[in-house]
Design a protein around this ligand. Structure first.
Ligand code: ADP
Length: 331
């Protein structure tokens, strides 16, 4: 059976980008057709300035939202990364296979490091080695497929390179995984800055009004979408280069309604009409997630139990592979 692994970082409140780019597919497709693991990757949240209590709270919230989005622990394994030691154990071995040059070439590292420096802060070493830990997350489970948004393509490519290199040097140990992306909304853009992605981990200056959070009230969602930046044109055309704001709204609407963004573009006479329909569609898509999240919050012991069982299952799956890697590399 195909093995699927994917994760979500508890660095902020989950967004519509996380949902349309990744989580929704995990629930509707991946867990039904594959042996799937979904992980709240809390170690990754320590790569930038963090508040311990907030990380703990956001980890629990992310796990609860995964379940609220329809990820079903009877069909797949849901767990928190730091509860399974194998991730950190394997990460160190992969650091001995990766080079500092390839780490420094990672686009996300370059962007985030520049942001830290601009703020006058220092860059944590873990920000540089983050993709190695991500590779460990994936390779520990002999993963075949990694369903992610577009922004993670480079990291999955690096994971493939490390798996191939390790296997060549030390004997076949890892499955070489591949990334899969949704057909539509693989990169949802910030509504106020359609040149950057809608990311929960972005700094507050870009966040706020341009980001739809999964737990935003419906009227807040509507307001954010109605105020989305467009351009001074009139026609609703699907053109990601020339009209990124409108293309983003068309993609969001298409993803929410199962339509094709290009086909949708001909059906609206004004930007206002497109925005209104997009807002309605997003509110409808998020409604069951919010409702279920509220139900789950009333029963925190259930979420605890899911995560405890998930960690035990994940540990049992990862250990043989990580032990094999230790032997192969000479330990
Ligand atoms: P973030 O950038 O919000 O911190 P994560 O690194 O936790 O997100 O990513 C969790 C999943 O959500 C990944 O599969 C990632 O590719 C996806 N994702 C994040 N932001 C977006 C976006 N704006 N559009 C599409 N997918 C996204």
């Amino acid at each position: 059976m195909t093995r699927v692994f994917s994760g979500i970082k508890p660095t902020g409140h989950l967004t519509l980008g996380n949902y349309l780019g990744a989580m929704r597919r995990w629930a509707s497709v991946d867990q039904h057709r594959a042996d799937a693991l979904f992980c709240v990757v809390d170690l990754h949240a320590l790569t930038v300035d963090h508040d311990p209590a907030r990380v703990r709270r956001l980890s629990r919230q992310a796990a609860t939202l995964l379940l609220a989005a329809g990820v079903d622990p009877r069909l797949c394994t849901v767990f928190v990364q730091s509860q399974v030691d194998e991730h950190a154990r394997l990460s160190y071995l992969l650091e001995c296979v990766a080079t500092d040059g390839e780490m420094r070439r990672m686009v996300q590292y370059k962007e985030k490091a520049a942001r830290e420096r601009d703020r006058g802060g220092s860059v944590r070493l873990s920000l540089l080695t983050y993709p190695v830990l991500m590779a460990a997350d994936i390779l520990a489970y002999r993963t075949d497929e990694v369903p992610v948004g577009d922004d993670q393509t480079q990291h999955v490519e690096l994971t493939r390179d490390l798996a191939v290199r390790f296997n060549q040097r030390y004997g076949h140990t890892f499955t070489v995984p591949r990334a899969t992306h949704p057909e539509v909304a693989a990169r949802v853009m910030n509504l106020q800055e359609p040149s950057s992605k809608m990311g929960k981990s972005d700094d507050a200056a870009v966040a706020g009004p341009g980001i739809v959070y999964l737990l935003d009230e419906p009227d807040v969602v509507r307001k954010k979408i109605m105020r989305a930046v467009t351009d001074s044109g009139q026609d609703v055309l699907y053109d990601r280069e020339e009209r990124p704001g409108i293309a983003n709204l068309l993609e969001i609407l298409a993803a929410c309604t199962g339509a094709d963004p290009e086909a949708l573009s001909g059906t609206y006479s004004s930007y206002g009409a497109l925005k209104k329909e997009t807002a309605d569609a997003v509110v409808e898509v998020l409604r069951p997630v919010r409702d279920r999240h509220q139900e789950l919050c009333a029963d925190p012991s259930y979420v605890e139990e899911v995560l405890r069982d998930g960690a035990a299952k994940a540990r049992a799956m990862a250990r043989p592979t990580v032990d094999a890697a230790y032997r192969a590399i000479g330990l």
